[in-house]
Design a protein around this ligand. Structure first.
Ligand SMILES: [Zn+2]
Length: 68
């Protein structure tokens, strides 16, 4: 699995759904993007990050709205 925003493979599961294991939440350890397993996140190219750019960021970048 790859991060939808920075294409890193540093993904870990953050939390499970409280009931029925209906979903899990994953988070990227590189850019801190997180998403639910029931989503199919597509990050617009404008909001994509390259892992090598992340150490230079001054703030954690905002999560863009989901595409409809
Ligand atoms: Zn990422």
């Amino acid at each position: 699995m790859k991060c939808p925003r920075c294409d890193s493979e540093t993904i870990r599961k953050m939390v499970d759904a409280p009931v029925d294991n209906a979903w899990e939440v994953y988070v990227c350890d590189t850019c801190f993007y997180s998403w639910r397993s029931t989503e199919d996140p597509h990050v617009h190219a404008k909001f994509k990050l390259k892992p090598e750019d992340i150490p230079n960021l001054q703030v954690i970048p905002p999560v863009p709205p989901l595409e409809k």
